[in-house]
Design a protein around this ligand. Sequence first.
Ligand code: GTP
Ligand code: MG
Length: 204
Amino acid sequence: MKINTATFVISNTDVSKCPAEKIPEYAFIGRSNVGKSSLINMLTNHKKLAKTSGKPGKTQLINHFKINDEWFLVDLPGYGYAQVSKSKRKTFQSFIKDYFLQREQLVCTFVLVDSRHEPQKIDLEFMQFLGENGIPFAIIFTKADKLGNSALNKNFTKYKKQLLKTWESVPTHFITSSESAMGKEDVLKFIEQINTDVAEDFIK
Ligand code: GTP
Ligand code: MG
């Protein structure tokens, strides 16, 4: 799929104030610093559409970006970031949860996990939360450029094994790098397919 336009629409902490427009929406979630904002920039061919930082905790709001005037990408704050104050973390958690439970336009969530790390409890629990609430998701392994092929394969095999303890089959997944644009076409193709599949549900 070709990205012709990608524009920032609005940031907020209140799901009821998110854009009212009924178009398909894709959310990016995962631990702070995993590369959510960078991935949005990579997919849309922008350097600075979503704000990124080497320090965790950069994205603190629900950010809507409109793509090709037809669908939204949503950049969210990271979960599980210890340096954010406890009260802030609680606020994050409640508005992120509200977003996932209430946003009707949400057609798929991308759960980002760092390719370099062992499966983390917080990510597995979040996938469980999505599953229990009937929210479709796919997994995106990020920062693949930081690993060689054999380490990547080893980690990926381990992750799949862990997932099969909970899920009947390994959920849809992509291996990506925002540095090298690895996985870009596959993720965009996946989104394009969902856009086609759900088109009837979004007739104005
Ligand atoms: P929060 O907004 O804090 O939750 O973080 P985030 O998940 O949006 O992460 P962000 O995109 O800001 O990236 C965090 C850091 O990781 C930045 O320094 C990025 O340059 C770096 N980074 C992100 N993706 C990649 C990648 O694919 N490869 C490499 N090498 N670095 C990456
Ligand atoms: Mg971010």
